[in-house]
Design a binder for this molecule. Structure first.
Ligand SMILES: Nc1ncnc2c1ncn2[C@@H]1O[C@H](COP(=O)(O)OP(=O)(O)OP(=O)(O)O)[C@@H](O)[C@H]1O
Ligand SMILES: [Mg+2]
Length: 257
């Protein structure tokens, strides 16, 4: 089976710094793949190259077997690959529902003429986006907060809203950059349950960057480990947990839960 995402020999230099060097891995369809490593290992840079936010210095990215390297980010979103950012990207003055609707309309934008002329087609597109928004709010347990102004939500809900906006673009692959950062242990568990359910029920494929090792080990089917811009290991959670190179570079004694 063609993997949903193939990263081939990806490299990125910032001046003299090799932030990412010759990194290759694949993401299998319907799987949750973890991308882990110490601060500065190159995880966010890797996301930026995959999503077209930054051009790679070398290598290629294939989405469903098709090269997407060099395409602008909105074209990549249109193909079904969405990301959430490490920092919050919500519109704080808009409601939860409005934020999620914006995500839904990114995937099915109203054409300019449709928007100007209105009519049945425009109405159908709007209705489809509204349904998507309701489904996504339900899945991320945000329905109760639909009419709240995003900026007034508790931190844990804001993080969830970031994921909801990405999900509303109806991606087949969702890239999450530290979605659980700053959450308390209960919120981390809640979030892990939500992600596991999205995978089970919707067959969503996920590539996730996280420092919460309990969440990573519990959720991931496969884990890729970066250190100083290089891939130092990949494998199933049990193999990664016990890999001496990974323990030395990242997990150490204090990280293992
Ligand atoms: N736009 C940039 N310009 C220059 N250097 C950068 C840029 N973005 C990242 N870097 C550098 O590249 C390296 C990798 O950074 P990156 O943000 O990818 O790490 P990370 O694995 O996501 O770390 P963290 O876990 O702290 O988020 C770091 O040394 C960082 O300082
Ligand atoms: Mg990062």
């Amino acid at each position: 089976m063609t993997p949903i995402l193939e990263v081939q020999g990806l490299g990125k230099r910032f001046g003299g710094l090799a932030a990412l060097s010759d990194v290759s891995f694949t993401v299998a369809e319907g799987h949750i793949t973890g991308l882990i490593g110490p601060n500065g290992a190159g995880k966010t840079t890797c996301f930026n190259l995959i999503t077209g936010t930054l051009p790679p210095s070398s290598g290629a990215v294939l989405f469903r077997g098709e090269p997407v390297t060099g395409l602008p980010p909105h074209r990549i979103v249109g193909k079904g690959l969405a990301r959430t950012f490490q920092a919050a990207t919500t519109f704080p003055g808009a409601t939860v529902r409005e934020n999620i609707l914006r995500g839904a309309l990114l995937r099915h934008p109203l054409g300019l003429m449709q928007a100007l002329l209105g009519g049945a087609q425009a109405r159908r597109a709007e209705e489809a986006a509204a349904r998507t928004a309701e489904d996504v709010m339900e899945a991320l347990e945000l329905t109760e907060n639909a009419d709240r102004i995003a900026g007034t939500l508790a931190y844990g809900h804001q993080k969830r809203l970031g994921v909801a906006i990405g999900l509303a673009t109806q991606p087949s692959l969702l890239l999450l950059d530290e979605p659980a950062a700053g959450l308390n242990p209960d919120e981390v568990d809640r979030f892990a349950e939500i992600l596991a359910r999205l995978k089970e029920r919707m067959g969503l494929s996920v590539l996730i960057v996280e420092h919460h090792m309990r969440l990573i080990m519990r959720l991931c089917d496969h884990i890729v480990v970066l250190d100083h811009g290089e891939k130092i290991a990949e494998g199933a959670p049990d193999a990664i947990r016990n890999d001496p190179k990974v323990i030395e570079a990242y997990l150490g004694a204090e990280h293992v839960e």
